[in-house]
Ligand binder design. Structure first.
Ligand code: ADP
Ligand code: MG
Length: 591
C-alpha cells in the first residue's frame, strides 16, 4: 500500500518519460526532414500527409471524442488555405498574419455553425455541414475578383523563416507533433472527459453537470480550427491552391482517413491519412484503366473498415490490450468527506403542485411534498405510479406541465439538467447510465468535476476524491477497470459513487435496488445507511417496502400519479389507501 501522492507521482513520472521519448522521436523526424533533400515527388507526398493529418486530427476530436459529424472539414481546410494564399499573394501580408487571420475566421465559422445547428442533432448537423461545404465551394469558384475563381491562387509564399521545402516541412512536422500531443492529452482533461461523456451518454452527461451544447460547440470549433491550420500549412507547402482541392469529395476523404486509421486516437489520424495518400500512389500503375483503379481503391478501403471497425490503430490497440492487463493500484485512501454548502433553510427540496402530463395521461398529477435537510425521504408507489416521471421532472429531463420545484430555496423549475446539478442536485438512474468507454475512476472524476462542487479541483485532488468515493462504495481496488467489466450491481455502486463524489445537496436515487440479487440488496442497504449517517439529504424511489421502511424517515406515496399518503413510515404504511394500492398491485402482479 502506498499513499495517493506516491501513486500520483509515479504516474506523473511515467507520463514525463513518455513525453521525453515523444520529443526525441519528433526531433529525429525534424532532423531528417530538415537535412534530407527528397526529390520533389516525395516532398509533396510528405507535405500533403503532414498537413492533411493536422486537419484529420480535428475529426479525431469532433467525431472520435465527441461523437459529432462534420462533413465540411475540406471547407475549413480551404478557408485556412485561401487565407494564407490570398493574404500573401494579393495583399502582401506576412505568412504569420495570414495564418492568424485565417484561424480566427475559421474559428468564427466553426463556432457559428456549431452554435446555430448542434441543437438540431445528428442528421441536421450533417446536412448543414454539407450545405456549408457546397456554399463555400461555390464562393471559391464564382467570387472571381476576390478568390481568382477556378484558376486558384498561385505563387503563395512560405514564411521567410522557413523558406526552403525542407525547412518548411520540418516546421509542419513540429506543428503536427504539437497538435498530436494536445489531441492525445485531450481525453484525460476536463474538456475531453466532457466530450467523451456526451458521446457515451448524453442524458447522463447533462445530469452529471456537463453543459452539452457548449461541449459540442467547443469540439466542433476545435475541429474547424485544426482544419484551418492544416489548410494554411498546405497553402504554404504547395504554393498553389484551387477550389477543387477543397470540395465535398475532399471532406469525404478526410472522413475516410479518420475512420480508416482509427477515430479514437491522433495516431489513427496519421495512419489513415498516410495510407489514403499512399494507396493511390501505389495503384498509380492502374490509372490507365480508370474504372479498375477506383474499384480496387474502394475495395481496399471497404475491406480495411470491414475487418477493423475501430480502424487500423483501434485494431492494433485491441491486440495489445489483452497482453498488457489491467492496471491495479492500491492506495491508502482517505475517508470520503461530504461537504455541504452552508445554508440555514430546513427544507432542501420543496415540490409544489407538480404535474407532468403525456397527452391525456396524467403521469404526475398535482403532487406536493417537502424533503427536510439531513433526512432520508422515500417516494414509493406501485409500478407506473409516476415515481420516475417525478424524478425526471426534478432533474430537468422533462419540463413540468404545471407546478414549481425549489432546491435549497432556489427556484429551479426552469433550469436545464446541468444547471440543476450545479445548484446541488445529484442523481442515479433506474436503468444504469454510466459512461461506458471509461474506467470507473474516470466516471467518478466527472462526478467530482460537478460545477459548484466545493472541493479542490487540482488534478491530484480530483483523482484522490474519486478514488475515495469508489473506496467508500467498496470498489477502491478496481478503480482503473472499464465500467463494462463490472457486474450490474457494481455498476450501480459506481453510479452512486459518481453522484456522491459531487457533494450533492440532495441525492436522488431511482430504484437503486432494481435488478440486484439479495446479497447485493443487503450491501446496498448498508451503503445507504452509511451515506445517511454522513448527514446527506436523500430522496429515494423504490417499490420495495422492506428496504424503504428500514432506511427512510419520511415517506410519500404515489398512486396513478397522485399523492395518496405522506408522513412517517408507520402511519403511512398502515394508511388504508396505501394498503389497498399495494394489495391491488400485488394482486395484479399475481395474475
Ligand atoms: P414508475 O417509475 O412509478 O414505475 P413512471 O413514472 O415510469 O412510473 O411512469 C408513470 C406513467 O407515465 C406510466 O403510465 C408510464 O407509461 C407513463 N410514462 C412515463 N414516461 C412516459 C413518456 N416519456 N411518454 C409517455 N408516457 C410516459
Ligand atoms: Mg420507475
Amino acid at each position: 500500500m502506498s499513499s495517493m501522492i506516491e501513486i500520483y507521482r509515479a504516474s506523473a513520472q511515467r507520463k514525463q518519460r513518455g513525453l521525453l521519448a515523444y520529443i526525441a522521436l519528433i526531433a529525429v523526424l525534424v532532423y531528417v526532414a530538415a537535412t534530407t533533400t527528397f526529390d520533389g515527388y516525395v516532398t509533396n507526398i510528405l507535405m500533403q500527409a503532414v498537413t492533411y493529418s493536422v486537419a484529420v486530427m480535428g475529426l479525431t476530436v469532433v467525431l472520435g471524442l465527441c461523437g459529432q459529424i462534420n462533413l465540411a472539414q475540406a471547407a475549413f481546410f480551404g478557408l485556412g488555405a485561401y487565407a494564407v494564399g490570398l493574404g500573401t499573394v494579393d495583399y502582401g501580408l506576412s505568412y504569420w498574419i495570414c495564418m492568424g487571420l485565417g484561424l480566427i475566421v475559421v474559428l468564427g465559422f466553426g463556432a457559428f455553425l456549431g452554435t446555430s445547428t448542434i441543437r438540431l442533432g445528428g442528421h441536421y448537423l450533417a446536412m448543414v455541414t454539407i450545405s456549408f461545404q457546397q456554399i463555400l465551394t461555390l464562393v471559391m469558384i464564382n467570387w472571381i475578383p476576390v478568390t481568382h475563381g477556378p484558376d486558384g491562387v498561385s505563387r503563395i509564399l512560405k514564411p521567410t523563416l522557413f523558406n526552403t521545402p525542407q525547412s518548411y516541412l520540418a516546421f509542419c512536422v513540429v506543428v503536427l507533433a504539437v497538435v498530436g500531443y494536445l489531441v492525445w492529452q485531450l481525453p484525460s482533461t476536463k474538456l475531453g472527459r466532457a466530450m467523451r461523456a456526451v458521446r457515451d451518454n448524453e442524458l447522463a452527461a447533462g445530469v452529471t453537470g456537463i453543459d452539452i451544447q457548449r461541449t459540442k460547440v467547443t469540439a466542433f470549433a476545435i475541429c474547424a480550427l485544426l482544419g484551418g491550420l492544416g489548410g494554411g500549412l498546405f497553402a504554404g507547402g504547395f504554393s498553389y491552391v484551387s477550389p477543387d482541392q477543397f470540395s465535398f469529395a475532399e471532406s469525404i476523404v478526410f472522413l475516410t482517413m479518420v475512420l480508416l486509421g482509427g477515430v479514437a486516437s491522433p495516431i489513427g489520424a496519421v495512419i489513415g491519412t498516410g495510407l489514403l495518400i499512399l494507396i493511390p500512389e501505389w495503384l498509380r500503375f492502374l490509372k490507365s484503366i480508370p474504372g479498375l483503379y477506383l474499384a480496387i481503391y474502394g475495395l481496399a478501403v471497404i475491406l480495411i473498415v470491414l475487418f477493423m471497425p475501430d480502424g487500423i490503430w483501434g485494431f492494433v490497440v485491441q491486440r495489445f490490450k489483452s497482453l498488457r492487463g489491467a492496471l491495479r493500484l492500491s492506495a491508502e485512501l482517505p475517508e470520503l468527506t461530504l461537504v455541504q454548502t452552508q445554508s440555514h433553510a430546513d427544507d432542501v427540496l420543496v415540490v409544489d403542485n407538480l404535474a407532468k402530463h403525456f397527452g391525456g395521461l396524467k403521469a404526475v398529477d398535482d403532487i406536493s411534498f417537502i424533503v427536510k435537510r439531513g433526512s432520508v425521504h422515500a417516494l414509493i408507489g406501485p409500478n407506473g405510479s409516476g415515481k420516475t416521471t417525478t424524478l425526471n421532472v426534478l432533474s430537468g429531463l422533462y419540463t413540468p406541465t404545471a407546478g414549481a420545484v425549489k432546491l435549497d430555496g432556489q427556484d429551479i423549475t426552469h433550469f436545464a439538467p446541468h444547471e440543476r446539478t450545479a445548484s446541488g442536485l445529484g442523481r442515479t438512474f433506474q436503468n444504469i447510465r454510466l459512461f461506458r468507454s471509461m474506467t470507473a475512476l474516470e466516471n467518478v472524476i466527472i462526478g467530482v468535476e460537478r460545477p459548484g462542487n466545493p472541493v479542490d479541483h487540482a488534478p491530484i485532488a480530483l483523482e484522490g476524491r474519486a478514488r475515495a468515493a469508489l473506496n467508500f462504495v467498496g470498489l477502491g481496488d478496481r478503480a482503473d477497470e472499464l465500467v463494462t467489466s463490472f457486474s450490474y450491481g457494481h455498476q450501480r455502486l459506481i453510479e452512486i459513487a459518481r453522484a456522491l463524489a459531487g457533494n450533492p445537496t440532495l441525492l436522488l436515487l431511482d430504484e437503486p435496488a432494481a435488478g440486484l440479487n439479495s446479497t447485493e440488496k443487503m450491501e446496498l442497504r448498508d451503503l445507504l445507511k452509511r451515506i445517511a449517517a454522513k448527514g446527506l439529504t436523500i430522496l429515494i424511489i423504490d417499490h420495495d417496502m422492506t428496504l424503504v421502511s428500514e432506511v427512510a424517515e419520511h415517506i410519500t406515496v404515489l398512486n396513478f400519479g397522485r399523492r395518496i399518503a405522506d408522513g412517517d413510515p408507520v402511519s403511512v404504511l398502515n394508511h388504508p389507501d396505501v394498503v389497498t394500492a399495494y394489495l391491488g398491485s400485488d394482486a395484479n402482479a399475481a395474475h
